[in-house]
Design a protein around this ligand. Sequence first.
Ligand SMILES: [Zn+2]
Length: 301
Amino acid sequence: MLRRHRTTARSILLALLVAGSLAGPSAASAAVPKLAFPVVGPVSYTNDFGDPRGSGWHQGNDLMGKRRQPVVAAEPGRVTIYRGSSRAGCMLYLYGASGTVYYYIHLNDDLTKRDDNRATDCRVGVAYAPGLKSGMRVRAGHLIGFLGNSGDARGIQPHLHFEVRPNGGRPVNPYRHLGNADRLLFARPLGADQVKLDLMGKVVKTTQETFSMKVNRVGVTTSASRSSKRWLGRTITLAHTEETVWKRKLADGTMVPASTAKAKPGERVTVWTPWFKPLLRTQRAKPGILTAERVRLRGEG
Ligand SMILES: [Zn+2]
């Protein structure tokens, strides 16, 4: 038992040393920078780090989502591909520039919408992003893979098992880092210096300079490809200018000119952006960063 009421220099020093050693794990996780959230689109997850699992304990967080949801680099770094372990399935490691290493486990091995496990060889374009090569350097927000349920996750809901290992050591709880991470509107395709987006959803509100919409689907076009993902209900605010072209598509298919003022909250809308460089800033899509080039309203006006 500690002696009370007698604080000596020695006991203060001791207390500092104890505090120092207790600070070990948080000092290690201080090496983890602010992350780009590793999955694009809605996922659900809980603070399941450390939960008992089979013979051991859970060393990451499980981000539950849909098969083939885009998986992106959480920070800039170098990617190593690991194919086909029976437990982890299709996985990759991201060696972050900060020194932190991230494990991405159970990437997609299905060729159809079903749980068919037909790509057990963990293919590029199925488990890994088109164009991804082991050893490749990527930026935060680059598409690196697709969410799935390979390995011992087969038969259960597709999810990304995500681990965070400061300085490549023992895993720390990713939960706080995920909570603090930037949610991206879209994944940056590898090798794409320019992209344009088509966004479908509903009008929230318009002002002189901005246009807010609840996005349900995001299409990403590059010079080489187009992909489209459902995205449930994220509200974003775009800038619009005098050059923005506003049209309304009537029920009979006729297109008529429209304007900002005629956009009604709740009506269906599709917005196209101009080509732009898909930097992280645009992927975060904070208000006014993306610009509307064309707007097509779908209500009756
Ligand atoms: Zn897991």
